[in-house]
Design a protein around this ligand. Structure first.
Ligand SMILES: Cc1cc2nc3c(=O)[nH]c(=O)nc-3n(C[C@H](O)[C@H](O)[C@H](O)COP(=O)(O)O)c2cc1C
Length: 403
């Protein structure tokens, strides 16, 4: 197997002296590592040491013609399977949170589509400052992974949280996130986004789903080596790397796409917000006010849409099927009822009345509900992290099935 490609970006903190050790630890785990450093980082760690260990020049300058001609920041960003920021200074975290790109490291961090893992290290007061904590929150909500910092005696003389995690721990966290290939050989069929039900050629009924949860599931499944087919409803999101996307609009179209792909799928994860009702009649021409019998109101008759999850569960065979329940009241009770009614293996229930979870935000807080009524609550996490936890559970169910 090809070694995983890790771009190690280094910030200007004292903990940069530990980076050669981190580089060695990553290499020992079989990864190919390249280094990029901020100008401040080079005050703390010798580029010669990094170059000798990595066997590659250390990239530092955005505008150096010799560096840029050899490999520009976009190619470096595209090259990486994983980007580590260690030490992640308060300054780098702020720049990342705000999308600044005024040097090579920050430009790469903005351009990359790879998973980013940050290892913060700083003085305890810098760490606990609300600016830093808010920047961290922003980054977490975008799916950036954070390791550490540890508490203890700091180089600045203060005691508290701010010490960079040990190189061995960072290397292990990186390896865990990299091509575990744990879903290799599987085809994961994911649905995402809301559906849109046409009223006439210009109007439609839709819902507030952004598709972010389902897209995160598709992205994480692809990272684990699965073939991923993403049936996407109404969404403005870009397709995650390595994912085959099929765009649909209505619940009926989503049903057709899912059933057409079902035969090849070993895992089905239905994160889409499928409309429960659709207009009974789709008018061929635009409905005009003047044409109404009663000019003050329009009556639309809605009929129920096909229940895709139940249909998929009816054809389940050996597949693992995961459903989602978006509820605003009695979330867990509704999810318990729904999993029994539908017959899937796991229900992911979220409270869509919360502002920080559910529709159109980067975070979610869900309950995992099993057919025997067991419930586990995640707390507020990024949708990428929730996606990862869903896939961990799916893999466990697959494993139990093979025993
Ligand atoms: C001796 C010294 C030690 C520093 N250590 C840290 C540190 O551990 N963490 C941090 O966030 N900033 C630290 N700084 C401040 C950063 O070097 C400074 O914010 C710099 O602009 C960071 O640049 P960069 O984020 O582009 O690497 C330190 C500065 C000095 C002079």
């Amino acid at each position: 197997m090809e070694p995983a490609r890790i771009l190690l970006t280094i910030g200007g903190g004292i903990a940069a002296y530990k980076v050669p050790e981190l580089l060695r630890a990553l290499q020992k785990q079989g990864h190919a590592v390249r280094c990029a450093a901020t100008p401040a980082a080079l005050r703390f760690v010798s580029p010669l040491a990094l170059q000798s260990l990595s066997g590659e020049p250390v990239r530092t300058a955005l505008f150096d013609p010799s560096e840029e001609s050899e490999i520009d920041h976009i190619r470096l960003a595209d090259w990486a399977d994983l980007v580590i920021v260690a030490p992640a200074t308060a300054d780098l975290l702020a720049k990342m949170a705000h999308g600044l790109a005024d040097d090579l490291v920050t430009a790469v961090l903005l351009a990359t589509r790879a998973q980013v893992l940050v290892a913060p290290a700083m003085n305890v007061n810098m760490w606990t400052h609300s600016a830093t904590q808010q920047n961290l929150e922003t980054l977490r909500s975008r799916g950036v992974l954070v390791i550490g910092p540890e508490s203890g005696e700091l180089a600045c003389g203060w005691e508290g949280a701010g010490r960079m995690s040990e190189p061995a721990d960072i290397a292990e966290a990186a390896s865990l996130r990299l091509g575990t290939e744990s879903l290799q050989g599987h085809t994961v069929l994911v649905t995402a986004g809301g559906t849109a039900e046409a009223i006439d050629p210009v109007r439609r009924i839709t819902n507030r789903s952004s598709g972010k949860m389902g897209f995160a599931v598709a992205e994480q499944a692809a990272r684990r080596g699965a073939r991923v087919i993403l049936v996407a409803g109404v969404t403005s999101l870009t397709t995650p790397a390595g994912v085959v996307r099929l765009d649909v609009e209505s619940a009926a179209e989503m049903r057709d796409a899912v059933l057409a792909e079902l035969a090849g799928a070993t895992i089905v994860i239905k994160a889409a917000a499928v409309a429960d009702f659709t207009p009974e009649i789709v008018e061929e021409g635009k409905i005009k006010k003047e044409g109404l019998a009663d000019q003050s109101s329009l009556v639309l008759r809605l009929v129920t849409t096909p229940d895709i999850l139940s249909e998929v569960c009816g054809l389940k065979e050996d597949r693992v099927v995961v459903g989602f329940a978006a509820e605003s009241d009695n979330v867990v009770e509704e999810a318990r009822r729904k999993i029994l009614r539908k017959g899937c293996d796991l229900m992911v229930a979220n409270d869509v009345s919360r502002v920080d979870a559910g529709f159109d935000v980067d975070t979610n807080a869900v309950f995992f509900v099993t057919p025997d009524g067991e419930v586990e609550e995640t707390g507020l996490l990024s949708k990428q992290e929730i996606a990862s936890q869903i896939l961990d559970r799916v893999e466990k169910l697959q494993g139990e099935r093979l025993e």
